[in-house]
Design a protein around this ligand. Structure first.
Ligand SMILES: Nc1ncnc2c1ncn2[C@@H]1O[C@H](COP(=O)(O)OP(=O)(O)O)[C@@H](O)[C@H]1O
Ligand SMILES: [Mg+2]
Length: 234
């Protein structure tokens, strides 16, 4: 049984006053096994982010469906969907998306706070998550006091703090130099592997995709290739 599947998934955007329609995703079928690391690769505008957002319940599809851990996301109202996003899915963005007015600790604890956990539990788990990414020493710092690589490590801690089944990352190293990029990537891969989490990562970098178990290539909103790594499993 796949942990995540998409069936005939489409997303069409209506843009501008002339109601031009853009088929960002044109019909995607996909099944991801538990523990798999899947890279999604493709040119800018090929629909990678739109697909990832639908897989993560951020964007509702125009048609088709997404099933995560046997739950059909289309059956959920907005509140129930928000709950799944908070508890079962960790999202990592290119621009980190840490809240600027909160400390790193508060940022990482936020998913747990929103989920109604006791303050002491939130802090303990957030500290543990920061330790896992080597950032516990910066817990009281605000995001603007941290480098890009440090912010992304903090964002990884935030994504993993709720121990989600599925981790989705959209160009997580796209704003980093090559040294930080390698560090963030190694860390992310190591952590999801330790926790037996499933990782779907969008990247436009073939060298990064080559480190995945499986690479899915997109063009014009469609999957045009889906290949297991020579030494990987899929
Ligand atoms: N919110 C939106 N409104 C209108 N068009 C969009 C929106 N989001 C994405 N698109 C369009 O959908 C296509 C795919 O975009 P996207 O999924 O962001 O591609 P990628 O992540 O591969 O660069 C592009 O043509 C883009 O302009
Ligand atoms: Mg994108």
């Amino acid at each position: 049984m796949p942990i995540l599947s998409a069936e005939a998934l489409t997303k069409t955007f209506e843009t501008g006053g002339d109601a031009t329609r853009v088929a960002a995703v044109g019909g995607v079928d996909l099944a991801v096994a538990k523990g798999e690391f899947v890279a999604i690769i493709g040119a800018s505008g090929s629909g990678k982010s739109t697909l990832l957002h639908m897989l993560g319940g951020i964007t509702r599809p125009t048609s088709g469906r997404v099933v995560l851990e046997d739950v059909d996301l289309a059956m959920l109202d907005d509140d129930a969907l928000a709950l799944i996003r908070r508890r079962r899915i960790g999202f990592i963005f290119q621009r980190y998306n840490l809240l600027p007015e909160l400390s790193l600790l508060e940022n990482v604890a936020l998913p747990l706070v929103l989920d109604g956990h006791a303050g002491s539990t939130c802090d303990e788990r957030a500290i543990a998550a920061l330790e896992a990414v080597g950032m516990a020493g910066r817990a009281t710092h605000r995001p603007d006091e941290l480098s890009g690589g440090e912010q992304q490590r903090g964002a990884i801690a935030r994504a993993l703090v709720s121990e989600p089944a599925l981790v989705l990352a959209d160009e997580p190293t796209g704003a980093l130099d090559s040294a930080n990029s390698a560090r963030v990537l190694d860390l992310l891969r190591e952590l999801v592997e330790q926790r037996q989490q499933t990782l779907v990562m969008v990247t436009h970098d073939p060298a990064i995709a080559a480190t995945a178990d499986r690479t899915i290539s997109m063009r014009d909103g469609l999957i045009v290739a889906d290949t297991a790594a020579a030494t990987g499993v899929a």
